[in-house]
Design a protein around this ligand. Structure first.
Ligand SMILES: *[C@@H]1O[C@H](CO)[C@@H](O)[C@H](O)[C@H]1NC(C)=O
Ligand SMILES: *[C@@H]1O[C@H](CO)[C@@H](O)[C@H](O)[C@H]1NC(C)=O
Ligand SMILES: *[C@@H]1O[C@H](CO)[C@@H](O)[C@H](O)[C@H]1NC(C)=O
Length: 463
């Protein structure tokens, strides 16, 4: 009697377990097949899937781990609402129909961006929020659904920037420098010093092969339109067009060159890069008011190619001055001011935009993922958001001084031999620094790179 009841219980439990397992397999299968079918056809013909929730959790010893999404979902802020709409669209559980849609046309994302934008801005509460935004932010919001501005000027015959015509191997780095029409002097200083295109040797020699260690450098300046510049009706006669004719390094788009439009330069640069720079190993993206120690950079990147040889590592590779879990700036006199009505939550980990290096592979992945994010007015934060979406973490290196040297470190005789770059230098200073670094080469031969933020003090913007 007792044995019989025992057997019945076993059968009951057993079949319950089996149905649970079957249910689980069914759910997993449905979700997976939905996610797979959201893949977009990239320009290189590779199938990439788009994750609808950023898994940006990232533990460091210094900070608490980040929330799984870097914006707060249930908040009423403008950008959060817009992004939520976009994420819902790609969420395979909420909307299997949309998520399954395979993307053939390049206009597909544009139409979703526009639609989500119109849906959010139609509500009265959002209209009221819009009216409270500062004027500049209102201007940003009114244009943020558009990003396909045409190219006015670009390097000749589809080349990936200025470079040596007969390179003997794939270019190592493309220097992509954000500049503006009026900053001719900055561009000249860069061209004459650290931004020289062509073969650049480091001070190292390869003892096995007895040859120079170095790499081919290419260069391009990323420029919008300056409304204050006097111009004739014929673009071909502009100063910039003449500059392009001489140096082959101008990439200009037809949008107003303002602070909040800088994000457009990243997005449109990734698109251009994906078309014209297929074999370039790394991108160095920086401002036109920095000094860069190019030999240090080349040595470091050559080492990365040896160390990070696995494809997986190069897919995610980005290094710079990484800022973790920053709060948006809430002081309305700041250039970086982002009001609570516009964005709530922490910023994801991002590399300071003064100068950052990433792999060519990553540039192409950023190009793809950027279409599933609404533009954000602070450019380097937007890049960080794209990184979070790719589940990729930028690497911090203390050689990137985007907030200048701490304390008196600059006065040490070999200071400039220990860094990759330092931010905020005038054209005149860039030229002087270059001459000094060359002069002190022998004396500072063995100087190691900065290895930690010694006395970390400098003022940090954006906090
Ligand atoms: C020197 O060249 C050899 C052969 O190409 C290579 O295996 C080695 O890693 C190189 N060494 C350095 C320091 O670049
Ligand atoms: C960005 O550029 C577009 C196109 O020129 C312009 O209409 C818009 O006002 C600019 N946005 C900002 C925030 O300056
Ligand atoms: C920006 O660009 C538009 C055209 O896109 C132009 O009408 C406007 O005057 C420009 N300047 C500002 C400050 O928005």
């Amino acid at each position: 009697m007792a044995g019989c009841r025992w057997r019945r219980v076993c059968i009951c439990l057993g079949s319950l377990c089996i149905s649970l397992v079957l249910l689980f397999i069914y759910i997993a299968f449905t979700v997976c097949s939905n996610i797979n079918s959201t893949g977009i056809k990239g320009t290189q013909g590779t199938q990439k899937s788009i994750h609808f929730v950023a898994s940006g959790s990232y533990k460091t010893t210094n900070y608490a781990s980040l929330p799984t999404t870097f914006w707060k979902e249930n908040e009423e802020a403008f950008w959060n609402q817009l992004q939520l709409k976009l994420d819902r669209h790609f969420n395979p559980i909420l909307d299997a129909q949309n998520a399954r849609q395979v993307i053939h046309e390049k206009d597909f994302y544009d139409s979703i961006l526009t639609r989500s934008f119109l849906e959010v801005t139609a509500s009265d509460s959002m209209k009221r929020k819009f009216e409270q935004l500062p004027e500049q932010m209102q201007d940003f919001v009114s244009h943020m659904k558009q990003r396909d501005y045409p190219i006015i000027l670009q390097p000749p015959s589809g080349t990936c920037g200025a470079g040596e015509p007969d390179e003997k191997m794939a270019p190592l780095v493309l220097l992509a420098i954000k500049s503006s029409e009026k900053n001719f002097e900055n561009r000249q200083a860069i061209r004459q010093t650290w931004g020289k295109a062509g073969w650049v040797a480091t001070h190292r020699r390869n003892s096995t092969e007895k040859r120079e260690v170095g790499g081919y450098i290419r260069r391009v300046f990323l420029i919008g339109k300056d409304k204050k510049m006097k111009r004739s009706n014929d673009e071909k006669l502009s100063m910039l067009s003449m500059e392009r004719g001489i140096y082959h390094d101008i990439l200009q788009w037809d949008f107003n060159d303002t602070f909040f439009n800088l994000t457009l330069k990243d997005v449109l640069f990734w698109k251009w890069f994906s078309n014209y720079c297929s074999n370039t190993r790394f991108v160095f993206k920086g401002d036109d008011d920095i000094f860069v120690n190019i030999p240090n950079m080349i040595t470091y990147l050559q080492d990365q190619l040896l160390v990070q040889h696995s494809e997986r590592n190069m897919n995610d590779f980005m290094v710079g001055d990484v800022i973790n879990a920053a709060f948006p700036n809430r002081l309305d006199e700041s250039k970086y001011f982002v009001p609570e009505t516009f964005f709530t939550g922490l910023y994801p980990a991002y590399a300071g935009g003064g100068g950052v290096v990433y792999s060519g592979h990553l540039a192409k992945r950023l190009n793809q993922i950027s279409s599933s994010l609404h533009l954000f007015p602070i450019d380097d934060v937007f890049v960080g958001m794209c990184m979070a979406r790719l589940n990729a973490n930028p690497i911090h290196h203390p050689g990137f001084l985007t907030f200048d040297f701490p304390d008196k470190e600059e006065q040490e005789p070999c200071a400039y031999h220990t860094i990759f770059l330092v931010h905020k230098r005038s054209p005149k200073q860039i030229i002087e620094l270059s001459a000094n670094v060359t002069k002190t080469l022998k004396q500072c031969w063995n100087e190691p790179l900065r290895s930690s933020d010694k006395k970390k003090k400098g003022k940090r913007k954006k906090f």
